[in-house]
Ligand binder design. Structure first.
Ligand SMILES: Cc1cc2nc3c(=O)[nH]c(=O)nc-3n(C[C@H](O)[C@H](O)[C@H](O)COP(=O)(O)O)c2cc1C
Length: 323
């Protein structure tokens, strides 16, 4: 494999607290070209041998899964990459896009874009540490005065990075405004490796526009997949000219939600699993005519078996509100 767009150019974005192993497995069933683990702090992973769930969460042996690592120091990033590649990771993705203050204050994530020389040392250290492909996810730059994504992408390709994903916003925009897909074109023009457009791609219409504006080789979908993991299949079918996967409701939605819910309970255990599942249930239920009714029955329930019973009873009858 490991980065293969033969069947689809649609990828799932990493989202901490959302795209965990159970959710990624659901999305993979809808045919994503690649899913990316939630970011993992490189130094912590190397030093803390006890974080077993974190390691399981990385999906080290799962096909079409990239493990995303974050950090500030080349040494820990390289060590972490070596460790996870040694345990089966097929692709290592470097986080150079996270805007969160607790990450950028530690000078990781998008803060690396302010120090391109240092960032490139770190990227090179990771590439040199492993035999598997290394990819890079970043923003357009730190702010409008420093739109250096094309320059960093070019240098990253020179040191051996195999794919670049660009979220079409600057760090200082956080998630505000509209992603600028046209600005991603400058990155595409600067490199010959695949470039993936990201930001505000919610459906096949926005995916087509993002590709047309950016000239990118594929799209990465984040928030658009929340409560709608089939969205990646819809986009993929539309781009590949096939009959489009429909949004799920009724029995098909019921089976999907219960499978996802059971996977979360078994992965996290009942207590944490129920807590982690609530936001996903909220997203699945929100567009349904009877969604608020089902939500009221399950959201505070403490027994997973009862939640599953209520979901089954409510979801088989479900229809979607008009878009
Ligand atoms: C809750 C949340 C968590 C995120 N966590 C990560 C992360 O761990 N690593 C990363 O590179 N980007 C992370 N992102 C950014 C997304 O991968 C993506 O770039 C961004 O949401 C824009 O894409 P979208 O409009 O399709 O959601 C996160 C975004 C959200 C909303």
């Amino acid at each position: 494999m490991p980065i293969n767009f033969d069947h689809t150019p649609v990828l799932l974005a990493p989202m901490a607290g959302i795209t965990d192993l159970p959710f990624r497995n659901v999305v993979l069933k809808f045919g994503a070209a690649l899913v990316v683990s939630e970011m993992i702090a490189s130094q912590e992973l190397v030093q803390d041998c006890k974080c077993r769930r974190s390691r399981a969460e990385l999906g080290l042996q799962v096909d079409r899964t990239a493990v995303q690592i974050a950090g500030r120091e080349a040494y820990w990033m390289a060590e972490c990459a070596r460790l996870v590649a040694g345990q089966g990771a097929q692709i290592i993705d470097i986080n150079m896009g996270c805007p969160a203050k607790k990450v950028t204050n530690g000078l990781s994530g998008s803060a690396l874009m302010r120090q391109p020389d240092h960032a490139l040392e770190l990227v090179k250290a990771v590439v040199d540490a492993v035999d598997v492909p290394v990819t890079l996810k970043m923003r357009l730059g730190w702010d409008d005065a420093q739109l250096n994504a094309p320059e960093i992408a070019r240098r990253a390709e020179e040191v051996g990075v195999k794919m670049i994903t660009v979220h079409g916003r600057t760090r200082c925009q956080f998630y505000k405004g509209q992603a600028n897909w046209r600005a991603i074109q400058k990155v595409k023009n600067a490199v010959s490796i695949p470039v993936i457009a990201n930001g505000d791609i919610l459906d096949h219409v926005s995916a087509r526009t993002a590709l047309a504006h950016s000239g990118a080789d594929g799209v990465m979908v984040g928030r658009g997949a929340q409560g709608a993991p089939w969205q990646l299949a819809q986009i993929s079918d539309s781009l590949c000219g096939e009959n489009t996967q429909k949004a799920l409701y009724g029995n098909a939605l019921c089976d999907l939600v219960i499978e996802h819910y059971e996977a979360m309970i078994s992965f996290y255990g009942p207590e944490l699993g129920m807590r982690c599942a609530r936001k996903h249930l909220g997203w699945y239920l929100q567009p349904l005519r009877n969604g608020a009714e089902i939500r009221a029955l399950v959201i505070r329930e403490l027994d997973p078996a009862k939640v599953i019973r209520e979901l089954r009873a409510g979801l088989v009858e479900s229809t979607r509100l008009a878009a």
